[in-house]
Design a protein around this ligand. Structure first.
Ligand code: MTE
Ligand code: MO
Length: 384
């Protein structure tokens, strides 16, 4: 069993698949912490977790002038400044179950918690590429930076993905070759000893167990870059889909969801109001500036209080424009409408480009069930 050396996991996780291991935390736990504890951080593996020896670990870098460069874990830790970034990762398939409810899609049936937030430390990819020989001549030809994982399938094919070169070498892109997650070594499930963290970019490009970097004129040839993680029209089906016709997902659209109360929960009428909690995040470093909550079908909206630090701590300073990599948690206390016995709570977020979420999932439905970001809806009962 190639999965026999997979690590132990937290028993509270909701498991979507065991081999490979895919799991998300219960929504209410997710919004308990601004920084998601490592054990509860959602886990998305396509293959068995590779066990990498940190003493023999080598990162290869190809596609730059001169010889290929090879760096040890110690090189990464000592030859480059340590940079720390708080960034949210979200799987392209987060909230896929809502698309499944409209019409069957292909993929893991994620709820609303294939998203988590951590503080990552490591070497800047920019610094490492400059060290390895990146310069203007390369920039005029190459357009992509490919990443290869050390996890492989039975045929020996590794996980791979790529990002635009501009993001990789940007001074404000904050792309990391991370060796720490929340102040600890990166756990085995999250890419030990080194993973790429591409803030603002879909989870799939944040390659774990990083073995190789290739600077190139083309995107990664990997299945996950070419034939997966792309969006299509609701009318495109498996007979007509042409994966070449759509761009690979990189930055993700604006997202928000309600973590509390849970679907089907009971709210006490005597409380007169309901406290609603959730998360909101947008891709590409766009900052969430507002979350609106309604309990009357959208006739009136309540503006939620946004939080960018742990409960009870003072707010963190605002990030520079274009570098809002981390989510916001939010809370709204909304009066219960008179007489209603059932309540549908809905939320939508707005980012600083004034992007907002579509109201329903039908018009954004796609056969792979990615980019599911319609207004989130939770139905609760009111107890008289
Ligand atoms: N990297 C490797 N090497 N193998 C993988 O299966 N999964 C990707 C990405 N990086 C994956 C990978 C996907 S689809 C996502 S959403 C994120 O890792 C999940 O990261 P996490 O497990 O740390 O939450
Ligand atoms: Mo993903």
């Amino acid at each position: 069993d190639p999965y026999s050396t997979d690590p132990e996991r937290h028993p509270a996780l909701n498991v979507n698949s065991l081999k490979p291991f895919n799991a998300e935390p219960p929504p209410a736990l997710l919004s308990d912490n601004y920084i998601t504890p490592n054990a509860l951080f959602f886990k998305r593996n396509h293959l068995p977790v590779p066990r990498v020896d940190p003493k023999t670990y080598k990162l290869e870098i190809e596609g730059l002038p001169g010889r290929a460069v090879s760096l040890t874990l110690n090189d990464l830790k000592t030859r480059f400044p340590k940079h720390t970034v708080t960034a949210t990762l979200q799987c392209a398939g987060n909230r896929r179950s809502e698309m499944n409810a409209v019409k069957q899609v292909k993929g893991l049936n994620w709820g609303i918690a294939a998203i988590s937030n951590a503080t990552w430390s490591g070497a800047r990819l920019r610094d490492v590429l400059l060290h390895a020989g990146f310069g203007p001549e390369v920039a005029s030809k190459a357009q992509h930076v490919q990443f290869e994982g050390l996890d492989r399938d039975v045929t020996g094919t590794t996980y791979g993905a790529s990002i635009p070169l501009g993001k990789a070498v940007s001074e404000v892109g904050d792309v990391l070759l991370a060796y720490e997650m929340n102040g600890e070594e990166i756990p085995p499930d999250h890419g030990y000893p080194v993973r790429v963290v591409v803030p603002g970019t879909v989870g799939a490009r944040n390659v774990k167990w990083l073995g190789k970097i290739v600077i190139s004129e083309e995107e990664s040839k990997s299945h996950w870059q070419q034939n997966d993680y792309k969006g299509f029209s609701p009318s495109t089906d498996w007979d007509t889909v042409d994966f070449k016709s759509a761009p690979a997902i990189q930055e993700l659209p604006i997202q928000s969801a309600i973590t509390q109360p849970a679907e089907g929960a009971t709210v006490d009428r005597s409380m007169e109001e309901v406290t609603v909690r959730g998360y909101a995040w947008s891709g590409g470093g766009r900052e969430v500036v507002r979350v609106d909550v309604t309990v009357d079908g959208g006739k009136t909206w309540h503006i939620a209080q946004l939080e960018n630090s742990e409960k009870g701590q003072k707010p963190a300073p605002s990030p520079p424009p274009g570098q809002a990599w981390a989510w916001k948690l939010w809370e709204a206390t909304v009066p219960l409408p008179a007489e209603a016995q059932e309540l549908e709570i809905m939320c939508k977020a707005v980012d600083n480009s004034y992007n907002t979420q579509p109201d329903t999932v039908g018009p954004i439905w796609n056969l792979r069930g990615v980019l599911s970001n319609a207004w989130h809806r939770v139905k609760v009962n009111i107890n008289e």
